[in-house]
Design a protein around this ligand. Structure first.
Ligand code: CAA
Length: 240
């Protein structure tokens, strides 16, 4: 049976790698994206994976878009909540808008997508939700009270929803990536990034594909006994 997956923020960065890895595993993937039409079009041309534009922070847009995708592609079995933004700055410089944007997209997006898809998974007795958290949600990070709070929230959200899905064949897990070689990390000032990389025991940034492999495992049939867990993929930067 061909499973259907939605990967939010799935046309670029870590999300693109996840979309490709699930496609490789025989899953029908729809990649959501929020803004960049040109990059999304190029992604679809390159990969054959459909791209669908909506704001995951918009509750109604998630409900409507997931219903449309289910009609076109079939019931949604797998959701990877990967879409995320940063609005870094120390608390003194962070506006309420910076806080709200990050909470709405990064954490609100997980709630919105689960509301749109979890009920159907439970009814059909099979489902996989993988939420992309962050090392910075586990350990905190200077200049990221918004992002760290949202990502930390994702880890709590994962453990709570996992308990609701457990008896129904629906697993809910998180991955906590460390610093991965993407546009988001490239936006960190070079002198700051240098200090961060110096603290990664493996001695380098991670690759998007190294996160995607973890996601593919958690979405597979083989991972049916894994739920409520957080898989840290961070080159040893944070161990606990
Ligand atoms: N710990 C302690 N002090 C720190 C610090 C840290 N980690 N980082 C900076 N500081 C200090 C600096 O030393 C400096 O102190 P002095 O003024 O005494 O010299 C002071 O804070 C100001 O630092 P900046 O010059 O960097 O201040 P800024 O206002 O220009 O920028 C910032 C602040 C926007 C937070 C900037 O430091 C920054 O971008 N930091 C990186 C934040 C980060 O790691 N974001 C992760 C993005 S990637 C991601 O989020 C993906 C993921 O999941 C991992």
């Amino acid at each position: 049976m061909t499973r259907v997956a939605i990967v939010t923020g799935g046309t670029r960065g870590i999300g693109e790698a996840i979309s490709l890895k699930l496609q490789e595993a025989g899953v029908t993937v729809v990649a959501n994206y929020g803004g960049n039409d040109d990059k999304a079009r190029a992604f679809t041309e390159r990969t054959g994976i459909a791209a669908a534009k909506w704001d995951v922070g918009d509750h109604q847009a998630c409900l409507d878009s997931c219903a449309r995708i289910a009609e076109e592609f079939g019931p949604i079995d797998i959701v990877v909540n990967n879409a995320g933004i940063t609005r870094d700055g120390t608390l003194a410089r962070m506006s309420y808008g910076d806080w709200d944007d990050v909470m709405r997209v990064n954490l609100g997006g997980c709630f919105n997508m689960a509301k749109a898809t979890f009920g159907g998974m439970v009814e059909r007795g099979w489902g996989r939700i993988v939420n992309i958290g962050s090392i910075n949600g586990q350990a905190g990070q200077y200049g990221q009270v918004n992002y760290a709070a949202a990502k930390s929230g994702i880890h709590g959200f994962t453990k709570a929803l996992a308990q609701e899905g457990a008896k129904k064949g629906v697993t809910v897990n998180a991955i906590a990536p460390g610093y991965i070689d993407t546009d988001m990390v490239a936006a960190v000032p070079p002198q700051v990034l240098e200090k961060i990389v110096a603290k990664i025991p493996v001695g380098r940034l991670g690759q998007a594909d190294e996160i995607a492999r973890g996601v593919a495992f958690l979405c597979s049939e083989n991972a049916g006994f894994v739920t409520g867990s957080t898989m840290s993929i961070n080159g040893g930067q944070h161990m606990y």
